[in-house]
Design a binder for this molecule. Structure first.
Ligand code: 5GP
Length: 189
C-alpha cells in the first residue's frame, strides 16, 4: 500500500559510523523504502554499479546538473569529490507514495534542512566515542597527522547530533536499519 504523503527522511552522521552499510542493508531488505541514488564525481569502486549505487558523472556533467538546478543539495565531501541528490527523483518518489531516504553528509543534511524543513533528520551515532575512533583509525596505517585530522573532524561531526530530530545508535547494522525503517513507516501513515 502506498502512503498518502510520505515524509522525506535524511540519514547523516560522522564519517565511518556505517551509514553506507545501514543503507545497503535497507536497500536489500526493505523494498518499500526508496533510497535516493546520488550523483558523484568519484570513480566507482569494484562492484559498484552506475544507476544503482551512484550515478558516476564527470565534474563537467556535475557542474551542468548544479547549474540547471537539478540538485536538491550537493557537497564536496572530504575535500575531494562532489556528491549531490538529484531533485526530480525525490519528487517522483514522494508523488508515488514511496518512503524516501537520503543518505548524505552533514553539509548536505543542513542544506535539506533549509530547503525541506518538513523532512525528518536522523543522526546515526556510534555506540561510543571509543568505537568510532576504532572504526576511524582502526587499521593504524595512517600517519599520526592523518589520525589527528580524522579525530578532529569526528569531534566536530559528533557535535552536530543536536541539530537532528532523532539519534539512532549503530550498535548492530540490522537492528539500526530496522529501527530506521520503523521510524519511517510511523512518519508516513
Ligand atoms: P562514499 O564515497 O564512501 O560512497 O561516500 C562518502 C560520503 O558521501 C558519505 O558520507 C555519504 O554520506 C556522502 N554522500 C553520498 N551521497 C551524497 C549526496 O548525494 N550528497 C551529499 N551531501 N553527501 C553524499
Amino acid at each position: 500500500m502506498s502512503n498518502p504523503r510520505p515524509r522525506v527522511v535524511v540519514l547523516a552522521g560522522p564519517t565511518a559510523v556505517g551509514k553506507g552499510t545501514v543503507s545497503t542493508y535497507i536497500r536489500e531488505h526493505f523494498p518499500e523504502v526508496w533510497l535516493s541514488i546520488s550523483a558523484t564525481t568519484r570513480a566507482p569502486r569494484p562492484g559498484e554499479v552506475h544507476g544503482r549505487h551512484y550515478y558516476f558523472v564527470s565534474p563537467e556533467d556535475f557542474d551542468a546538473m548544479v547549474e540547471r538546478g537539478e540538485m536538491l543539495e550537493w557537497a564536496l565531501v572530504h575535500g575531494r569529490n562532489r556528491y549531490g541528490t538529484p531533485r526530480r527523483a525525490v519528487e517522483e518518489a514522494i508523488e508515488q507514495g514511496r518512503l524516501p531516504l537520503l543518505e548524505i553528509d552533514l553539509e548536505g543534511a543542513r542544506q535539506i534542512r533549509r530547503s525541506m524543513p518538513d523532512a525528518l533528520f536522523v543522526f546515526l551515532a556510534p555506540p561510543s566515542w571509543e568505537e568510532l575512533v576504532r572504526r576511524l583509525v582502526g587499521r593504524g596505517t595512517e600517519s599520526e597527522e592523518e589520525r589527528e585530522r580524522r579525530l578532529a573532524t569526528a569531534r566536530v561531526e559528533m557535535a552536530a547530533a543536536e541539530e537532528f530530530d532523532k539519534v539512532i545508535i549503530n550498535d548492530d547494522v540490522r537492528r539500526a536499519a530496522e529501527e530506521l525503517v520503523h521510524l519511517m513507516r510511523s512518519q508516513s501513515s
